[in-house]
Write a protein that binds this ligand. Structure first.
Ligand code: ADP
Ligand code: MG
Length: 318
């Protein structure tokens, strides 16, 4: 449905997006995940025809966004990072204006305005000034304008930024609902957000695509960082012998403690961390050595993100 090929965008001699290629299929919720400055907004602006590319192309349903902008843009509804709302208008007036700009008229325009007011759940505030609405409601107005013209794809740039926790939950629910009959692409620098809403995640770092997968597979990508920490009453040598006999432990670090215990942090690429803990327990018990404490940690998307975007600033900013 959307094909992005070798997309590059340079601002002067700074490359904001570098040789980005991916495909978006119909009917899923996709997440662009990346720290601030990764190139998410630049990519979205190019995909929606709001910004030119230095190199590469974007095709929407086979239509090149630069060569056949009308056909291509008809399939897309876009909520930019800064929604272009007119504060001294009401949602009803604003949606009429946007609808007309999208070529809707008369009864069809009226019907669609009512439909998007309903979908974005803003019918009851449609005659208030936008300036008097909360940030959450303004964001809904922005989503409503993206829905006008009934596009197949809805692109939302950081739709929950600046909202309070309750508004965030409401907007996420709305996005999930939209995902039932649209292809939705949203961007976010918040991991838990894409994990909660998206079926597929594109991780963008320094203008490059570093991963494109389902959230659960991205976790698998970094299974090697599943870790088990334990303290055993055993010597460094004995610990090496035990760990060497356990199949899924690839590497470990040892810290001899002053009180005679030895602290170990072991990594495993196995998903069944519990089984390995059990194996460790009995291996030490067989040697009559006590494990004083043991804990395990599964990698999550956060680890994948940090690993893949390592070296960038602002990674954990939220
Ligand atoms: P994101 O949306 O992921 O935070 P952006 O796409 O907004 O990232 O920006 C990517 C990079 O391009 C950033 O380093 C940003 O400073 C730079 N950039 C964005 N727009 C411009 C511009 N108009 N001129 C120069 N640099 C820009
Ligand atoms: Mg941005």
């Amino acid at each position: 449905m959307i094909t992005v090929e070798h997309l590059t965008k340079c601002y002067g001699d700074f490359t904001a997006v570098s040789d980005l290629s991916f495909e978006i299929d119909e009917g899923h919720v996709y997440g662009f995940l990346g720290p601030n400055g990764a190139g998410k907004s630049t990519t979205m602006n190019i995909m929606t025809g709001c910004l030119s590319a230095t190199e590469g192309c974007v095709r929407i349903n086979g239509h090149d966004i630069f060569e056949e902008p009308e056909q291509a843009k008809r399939a897309i509804g876009y909520l930019p990072e800064q929604p272009p709302l007119y504060m001294n208008e009401t949602p009803a007036e604003y949606l009429r204006f946007v609808g007309e700009a999208k070529g809707l008229k008369g009864r069809e325009l009226q019907r669609q305005i009512e439909e998007v007011l309903r979908q974005a759940k803003i019918g009851h505030v449609k005659d208030r000034l936008i300036s008097a609405l909360s940030k959450g409601y303004r964001q809904r107005v922005g989503i409503a304008q993206a829905l006008l013209g009934n596009p197949e794809v809805i692109i939302l740039d950081e739709p929950t930024v600046g909202l309070d926790p309750i508004q965030i939950i409401e907007i996420r629910d709305l996005i999930r609902q939209l995902g039932e009959n649209h292809t939705v692409i949203l961007s976010s620098h918040i991991l838990s957000e894409v994990q909660a809403i998206c079926e597929k995640v594109l991780i963008i770092s320094q203008g490059k695509l570093v991963a494109f997968d389902r959230p659960e597979n991205l976790e698998k990508l970094l299974l090697a960082s599943n870790g088990i920490s334990f303290t055993a009453e055993a010597s460094e040598e004995e610990i090496g012998e035990v760990l060497g006999g356990i199949s899924h432990i690839a590497e470990w670090e040892i810290q001899v403690q002053e009180d005679g215990g030895t602290k170990v942090f072991a990594r495993t690429e196995s998903e069944n961390v519990k089984d390995i803990c059990r194996e460790l327990f009995f291996a030490f018990a067989d040697r009559k050595k006590a494990i004083l404490e043991i804990s395990s940690r599964k990698a999550n998307l956060e680890d994948v993100f940090i690993e893949l975007t390592e070296g960038e600033s602002g990674v954990t900013e939220e």
